[in-house]
Design a protein around this ligand. Structure first.
Ligand SMILES: [Zn+2]
Length: 97
């Protein structure tokens, strides 16, 4: 079973339950009764319900931050690789002496 993320509004635990109305369906909601995290949609498939609950919209700033982080990480990896290559060259020179 897919992992069920915590409530996006209060961070609390959530409940998934199977109900019946002619056919079975699944609903997910926050376990705290006064929290806004009461998901109104019903799904015939449990995995579809979990995937829908887990879907989160990220703020633009977070998307931008992730892109910058990835660019910096890529550059650091490149620099580290150059450092490693230079260090290996120095070691090779020492071995020749
Ligand atoms: Zn909640």
């Amino acid at each position: 079973m897919m992992e069920l993320l915590k409530c996006p509004f209060c961070g609390g635990e959530v409940e998934i339950a199977e109900h019946y109305f002619n056919t079975p369906y699944w609903k997910i909601k926050c376990s705290k009764p006064h929290c806004i995290g009461q998901f109104g949609w019903a799904f015939c498939d449990k995995e579809d319900a979990i995937a829908a609950w887990n879907r989160r919209i990220e703020p633009d700033e977070l998307i931008e931050f992730r892109a910058k982080y990835q660019a910096v990480k890529k550059e650091l990896d490149r620099i580290n690789q150059i450092g490693r290559t230079a260090s290996e060259a120095v070691d090779e020179q020492r071995e020749l002496k």
